[in-house]
Design a protein around this ligand. Sequence first.
Ligand code: FES
Length: 89
Amino acid sequence: MPSGREVRVVAGTTLLEATREAGLPIATACGANQLCALCGLEILEGEAGLVAETDEEAHIKELNRVDAELRLSCQLEVTADLVVRARYW
Ligand code: FES
């Protein structure tokens, strides 16, 4: 959201890869190595179907002063139907 674009992906695809497949730009500065937290996305729907946040993910967000509610899309595998939003889209 708010583009309304949809994409179907295979299991194991990260949320970052899925958004790129949908043609939506996601900021990154670490090469998807869970360092920069710029790839944080807000999960609007479907969060219950995702793996829980790890301590490392929470720590990286805290270090980078990123909102704790966001999920790091470069590390998060898509395991459910999701509706997401980047706060800069
Ligand atoms: S791209 Fe840097 S933490 Fe995800």
